[in-house]
Design a protein around this ligand. Structure first.
Ligand code: IMP
Ligand code: MG
Length: 182
């Protein structure tokens, strides 16, 4: 398992500190899975829609913690590139063919930062007429108020650049089983 070495070097980049450990993430994701399981029934025909690539590990763990029949799909939107600040631009590179009709759609995000990704994305998804549309995010920096706020939030995150458990900096660090600040 990749760990912080003595001088916090990993792949040449310095990681400041571990913000959420593997155990903390595991416990929180299990609880979120239970909450989502209680919010829906099999009749809701849940569609869990992960936003790639950041939500990849979260979705993989979350769906295993949901005790309902469900489908999993992904959306691919353009990311920050090599910047640590949002470019404000969003390109949808892949969206599922699957119909949202008569399905409860839960969009899964890794982190809400400026909120721009969700603000741009949600109207498009809503236009596809799911029976309900909710957001589940692992992390929320609480820099902005969302309307509506994500229904499920894993952790209120510090305003630092975070990597690991799916979150990247220029594609590095996604595979870390914990979340650290850069
Ligand atoms: P927003 O549109 O500014 O809310 O940011 C959404 C996306 O930016 C997230 O899905 C992440 O992919 C990326 N992002 C925002 N903050 C961070 C961070 O602290 N670390 C890594 N990626 C981030
Ligand atoms: Mg990203």
């Amino acid at each position: 398992m990749p760990t912080l070495t003595e001088n916090n070097q990993l792949g040449g980049q310095e990681l400041r500190r571990v913000v959420y450990t593997e155990d903390q993430i595991r416990a929180r994701v299990a609880a979120m899975g239970r909450d989502i399981s209680e919010a829906f029934t099999a009749d809701d025909r849940l569609l869990v829609l992960g936003l790639l690539k950041g939500s990849l590990l979260f979705v993989a763990d979350l769906v295993r913690a949901i005790d309902l029949p469900l489908h999993v799909d992904f959306l691919l939107a353009s990311s920050y590139g090599e910047e640590k600040v949002s470019s404000g631009e969003l390109r949808l590179l892949y969206t599922p063919e699957a119909s949202f009709q008569d399905r409860a759609v839960v969009v899964v995000e890794d982190i809400v930062d400026s909120g721009n990704t969700l603000k741009r994305l949600l109207p498009d998804l809503d236009a596809r007429n799911p029976s309900s549309l909710d957001v589940c995010t692992l992390l929320h920096k609480r820099l902005v108020e969302m309307e509506p706020e994500p229904r499920w939030v894993g952790f209120d995150a510090p305003n630092e650049f975070l990597v690991g458990y799916g979150l990247d900096y220029a594609e590095d660090f996604r595979h870390l089983p914990y979340i650290a600040s850069l």
